[in-house]
Design a protein around this ligand. Structure first.
Ligand code: ATP
Ligand code: MG
Length: 302
């Protein structure tokens, strides 16, 4: 079984207004799936449907190969962080989880283990009441609520929202640990692209409720080009490069030359030729499309 979550032709309308319209979305076992999209794209709505918190207008959702409308047992295998859970501010993190444990009946020994995992078990933290928690600590406690029943799948809706860079870093490390060491499958949404880029194995990009891309993150980053900044004579460049430069895409002006998908040896040759022509060169840089650029391209209004 490699497909852990599968959505087929899932639509959600709110009072007749389409909000989500997903032809297909597939999350595989053990991967970190980054679910990216701008505000209002339909990320939270999709996650709530997977958790049976809202019902799709039409379509099918399967978790671990079982349609979720057949039985709700699958919820025992999913930990989620969608909205901030309501805590008891005058209790410690441990005590909050204890209340939760009494309601849900998971193993009590999981509590300490989970608090350790999210970094809330140290002496200085264990006595602190939740009302004295920093935002980062609250976020980690929310994550411990999701983890304490030892789920196989984690659904995290923008888990780093509002955190400072060190808080973001901690959560990111934890997510990688959970997927790579503990074997969890993680479905994580975000609009912070650079962050997803660093942790996800695959991404789905959603815009206006539709998936505009799903696949390997490396594949969409594969396009690279080399930029040469200097002072060039266009006529001489024309003579050097000809109209088409092999099959490669090339663009040049009197200040900048951009050549796509070119190897080191060819670049070295070009630099020698430019130097021979006495052109000053200030900068040579290999660049790759980042997810931000790809995202803007895919979600731009037509
Ligand atoms: N309960 C609701 N009633 C009516 N419309 C809703 C409801 N929930 C969501 N929507 C609409 O559905 C669309 C998708 O919303 P959703 O919250 O899923 O987006 P999102 O990608 O999570 O956005 P954000 O990044 O802001 O969290 C939006 O246009 C929103 O206004
Ligand atoms: Mg949302």
């Amino acid at each position: 079984m490699t497909e852990v979550i599968q959505l087929k032709k899932v639509k959600k309308n709110f009072k007749g207004v389409p909000s989500v319209d997903l032809e297909r979305l597939t999350v595989r076992k053990g991967e970190i799936y980054g679910f990216l999209g701008p505000n209002g794209a339909g990320k939270t709505t999709t996650m709530k449907m997977i958790l049976s918190l809202i019902e799709p207008t039409s379509g099918s959702i399967e978790v671990m190969n079982t349609p979720i409308n057949k039985s709700k047992d699958y919820l025992n295998y999913i930990g989620s962080m969608i909205e901030e859970p309501s805590y008891y501010p005058n209790l410690t993190g441990f005590e909050n989880l204890l209340v939760f444990q009494k309601m849900l009946g998971f193993k009590k020994k999981n509590i300490l283990k989970t608090l350790e995992m999210v970094g809330l078990s140290e002496e200085k933290n264990s006595k602190k009441l939740v009302k004295a928690y920093s935002l980062g600590m609250k976020q980690r406690l929310a994550l411990s609520f999701a983890l304490v029943k030892e789920p196989q799948i984690l659904l995290l809706d923008e888990p780093t929202n509002g955190l400072d860079p060190s808080g973001i870093h901690e959560i990111r490390e934890l997510i990688i640990h959970l997927a790579k060491e503990e074997g969890l499958t993680i479905f994580i949404s975000s609009h912070i692209l650079s962050e997803i880029e660093q942790i996800a194995d695959r991404v789905g990009i959603i815009n206006h409720g539709r998936l505009v891309y799903e696949g390997e993150i490396e594949k969409i980053k594969a396009n690279s080009w080399v930029e040469l900044e200097g002072e060039f004579d266009i006529e001489k460049l024309k003579a050097l490069f000809g109209d088409s430069f092999g099959n490669r895409k090339i663009e040049y002006s009197s200040k900048l030359i951009k050549i796509w998908n070119i190897n080191k040896e060819r670049i070295a040759n070009i630099i020698s030729s430019l130097v021979e022509l006495d052109f000053p060169i200030f900068r040579v840089e290999r660049r790759k499309e980042n997810l931000e650029e790809i995202f803007l391209e895919l979600t731009k209004e037509l």
